[in-house]
Ligand binder design. Structure first.
Ligand code: ZN
Ligand code: ZN
Length: 366
């Protein structure tokens, strides 16, 4: 059953290649290889052509490939042979003439070597063919993303219950990652951001030895990666000290902006219009220039993939897409507030997959 699902994706990929002039695709983006085969390792390429599908890998992965992709043809290169040489051999054997290569992943050096080894074939750059398929999540992918959401939220519940002033950002990050694993995650979906007070003004702050008690609030941006590789991505701000009127005001503006963004999500709506719906709320409150990033991004096997909610994306939403909605307002030297949830586009509107409480009152830790 599972094998059929991957074969169906490869079939769709071949169909999608028709307009490119290529009759096969060499998949070199490891995440795309996973998406098309179920193989979870790295350092392996996949040839997809009408006549053959071959995973090109090395001896470290022989057993794993047998388990994860039974029935898939493989070429396990010897230690003396380079990946490119083995790949060229597979391509010749499959009698591919017009080889599509993933232009966003194959390096210039690899391209040169491949072209040198394949004198009678034409290499055709292809961008985004697999990524296009990954935009719409199927039922099995949804199950995995819901799992990653649950693992992240359970881990956060533990963090919240055990949060103490003497803990450093690094310790909190470490504990959070640990508890997500306790709930079945492979690990964090990206290094968690734990940003105390003024440090929350940096949208991508790295945890430091700064202690929770050094300010009145902490911003936490985190997610889990399920064992399948599917990811979740959330942000919450917890009030750990005295409640400042400025924090409360910003929090309510950001939350209202986020709710307005979510309310705008339904099939056929352009990404820029969802961004605008949230941004309007921040603008009207007078903080427009302090919301200095896009509203959100697609999430799946990669933490950032697919579409973006920003001012320029005119792509339209379709059922099965999963997007984050994460407005933020930042003041250098003071800190920032961001609230982020993961949202599934459905046939009738949308479904917020994350359920960690986010009302201001619920963010206050006693
Ligand atoms: Zn995030
Ligand atoms: Zn995000």
């Amino acid at each position: 059953m599972a094998a059929d699902r991957f074969a169906a994706r490869r079939q769709k990929l071949l169909h999608g290649l028709k307009g490119t002039g290529a009759d096969a695709l060499l998949v070199t983006n490891f995440t795309n290889v996973t998406y098309l085969t179920g193989f979870s390792g790295d350092d392996s390429f996949l040839l997809v052509s009408k006549a053959a599908t071959v995973l090109i890998s090395d001896g470290r992965y022989t057993t794993q490939i047998g388990k994860e992709c039974p029935g898939l043809d493989r070429c396990i290169r010897s230690q003396k042979e380079s990946t490119i040489a083995a790949t060229a051999g597979v391509i010749c054997q499959a009698r591919v003439q017009k080889l599509g290569v993933e232009s966003e992943s194959l390096t210039v050096a690899e391209h040169e070597k491949l072209a040198a080894a394949l004198k009678s074939q034409t290499l055709i750059p292809v961008a985004g063919a697999v990524e296009e398929l990954r935009l719409i999540k199927d039922a099995e992918e949804l199950v995995e993303i819901r799992k990653a959401v649950r693992q992240a939220e359970k881990g956060f519940e533990v963090l919240r219950a055990e949060l103490r002033g003497e803990l450093s950002e690094l310790e909190v990050a470490n504990n959070l990652e640990y508890s997500m694993r306790q709930f079945g995650a492979r690990g964090a979906s990206f290094p968690p951001i734990i940003a105390v007070g003024a440090r929350a003004a940096l949208p991508h702050a790295r945890p430091t030895s700064c202690r929770i008690s050094e300010a009145d609030f902490v911003l936490i941006d985190w997610g889990a990666s399920a064992t399948s590789g599917y990811k979740s991505d959330l942000t919450r701000v917890l009030v750990t000290g005295k409640i400042s009127p400025k924090l409360e005001k910003l929090y309510r503006v950001v939350l209202n902006a986020q709710l307005a963004g979510i309310a705008a999500i339904r099939l056929g709506v352009r990404c820029c219009d969802v961004d605008a719906a949230a941004r309007r709320v921040v603008d009207e409150a007078g903080f427009g220039k302090h919301f200095n990033h896009g509203l959100g991004h697609g999430v799946g096997l990669d933490i950032h993939e697919g579409l973006r909610f920003n001012a320029v994306s005119t792509e339209e939403l379709k059922p099965g897409m999963i997007m984050t909605v994460e407005p933020g307002v930042y003041f250098e030297g003071w800190g920032g507030v961001r609230i982020e949830d993961d949202v599934l586009v459905t046939r009738t509107g949308c479904e917020v997959l994350t359920s960690t409480p986010k009302e201001f009152e619920q963010s206050i830790i006693q």
